[in-house]
Design a protein around this ligand. Structure first.
Ligand code: GLN
Length: 289
């Protein structure tokens, strides 16, 4: 631990922000690499003459911040950590950085199943860092989940994140494409969730540098119209869901109506478009028969 005066630290912080970037990203760096939480920082105000203890020196933190500003590399990849709901998750460029809007998927599930002692059997397809499944496995301790991902490196990160977040063992990870590793669970799921790659080609080409140059294309690109993977997931869902089982999908801002029609075509009922906090129809849900 390195001892540094609050005064020196605040001066350093101001200097970093004057170079560019936003408060939130700097806070992630200071917390994850420096070891000083936002709560610690808020308390500093009460004792400006005190000292702070850093895990890494300011030169090192500054070199990461400069990398972030100069190369547009997301701060979460540079720190190897992100915060999502109540979780602190490891991330690398093998997984998408879980987005704040995706946090709502967990709330949608809690609206469907308000009793947290529900014994659900759920599947998440394309788990990435494991964020959604881990939050559900923690929120429904008597439930059992399985999460798939096509990328073995992503699954290693997800497994690690689960072990670091939970003392339970109610979540298992399987390597493979969408439903394919789950053949032995046909007709058994109460719930399926997915935030699959859904960005259409035109949009993908125009994504901001910090997304396109750093985040995995395999986790973002959804084919020509963006719906390639959503289509496959929905078409096979009736084989895997129980009768009355739910599906909850995230989609691009303008895809909800099409996703709803795909669900109806595949015999789903109670279909609904759920808006995110910006009022965008970001999620589509339905019940199998
Ligand atoms: N919401 C993500 C983005 O805007 C895309 C996630 C996805 O394709 N599933 O970059």
């Amino acid at each position: 631990m390195l001892c540094i005066s609050v005064e020196e630290f605040l001066f350093w912080k101001k200097k970093q922000l004057s170079k560019g970037g936003d408060q939130q990203s700097l806070a992630v760096l200071i917390d994850c690499v420096g070891g000083i939480t936002t709560r610690d920082l808020n308390l500093i105000g009460f004792n400006p003459r005190g000292n702070l203890y850093l895990k890494k020196n300011l030169e090192f933190l500054e070199s990461l911040w400069d990398d972030h500003l100069q190369k547009s590399c997301p701060i979460q990849y540079l720190c190897g950590i992100t915060f999502w709901r109540e979780l602190k998750l490891k991330v690398s460029n093998k997984v998408l950085i879980p987005r704040p809007e995706t946090e709502l998927i967990v709330d949608i599930v809690s609206n469907i199943y308000p009793n947290n002692l529900e014994k659900l059997f759920f599947a998440e397809l394309g788990t990435g860092s494991g964020a959604i499944s881990i939050a559900l496995a923690l929120g429904y301790p008597l439930s059992v989940g399985v999460a798939t991902d096509i990328d073995q490196d992503a699954l290693e990160i997800a497994t690690n994140n689960y072990i670091n977040s939970s003392k339970q063992s109610n979540l298992k990870f399987y390597c493979g494409n969408w439903w394919s590793p789950l053949e032995s669970f046909k007709g058994k799921f109460d719930l399926a969730i997915s935030n699959p790659p859904y960005i259409p080609r035109d949009t993908y080409e125009k994504l901001p540098k910090e997304v396109k140059d750093f985040e995995p294309k395999i986790a973002l690109f959804g084919g020509e119209d963006g719906l390639r993977h959503i289509r496959e997931i929905i078409q096979k869902a009736p084989l895997f869901l129980k009768e009355k089982g739910w599906i909850v999908l995230e989609n691009h801002f303008d895809q909800s109506e099409k996703v709803k029609q795909l669900l109806i075509k595949n015999k789903f009922t109670s279909t609904e478009i759920v808006k995110d906090l910006s009022g965008i129809g970001r999620f589509t849900i339905g019940r199998y028969k």
